[in-house]
Design a protein around this ligand. Structure first.
Ligand SMILES: [Zn+2]
Length: 149
């Protein structure tokens, strides 16, 4: 790999932060996996990094709630129709339940977690959106408790 800015090949895998304007807020997505040029600092974000950005932006748009079921189904090659069959749902109902919808019943969340063989909290998660110096961040609640101590 060659840096598009300085032609260096001295890249390092690192985690970076980027700012996005969502509504009228400046939201900071942290922990993005990226290749960073060791000579000029140019940041290259690949497919995995971009997918992560999409999901974090979705969490900002949904008040901190995130439903990763469609992402995990994609990764595992499971189709909504097949999930519907297993759950005894029509394809439309199955489609409505996955995607980015965060209004999922606990029963359905548990069924999907069991089918996908993933812990519920890796599929459905909630973090608080906190403001710091005029910018917004997604923070695990455990971290908030530490801050208040
Ligand atoms: Zn460079």
């Amino acid at each position: 790999m060659e840096c598009p800015k300085c032609s260096s090949t001295n890249f390092k895998l690192d985690r970076v932060s980027q700012e996005f304007t969502i509504g009228e807020k400046t939201c900071v997505v942290e922990g993005i996996l990226a290749q960073v040029c060791g000579d000029c600092g140019e940041v290259l974000i690949g497919k995995e990094g971009n997918q992560y950005i999409d999901q974090e932006v979705s969490a900002f748009q949904n008040e901190g709630y995130l439903n990763r079921s469609s992402i995990i189904m994609d990764q595992k090659g499971i189709k909504a129709a097949r999930l519907g069959e297993v759950l005894g749902l029509t394809r439309q109902r199955a489609n409505a339940m996955i995607g980015m919808d965060v209004e999922v019943k606990i029963k359905n969340a548990l069924s999907i977690a069991a089918i996908l063989q993933e812990p519920v909290e890796s599929i459905y998660s909630y973090r608080a959106i906190v403001e710091q110096d005029g910018k917004y961040y997604l923070a695990p609640l455990s971290q908030l408790l530490k801050l208040e101590r």
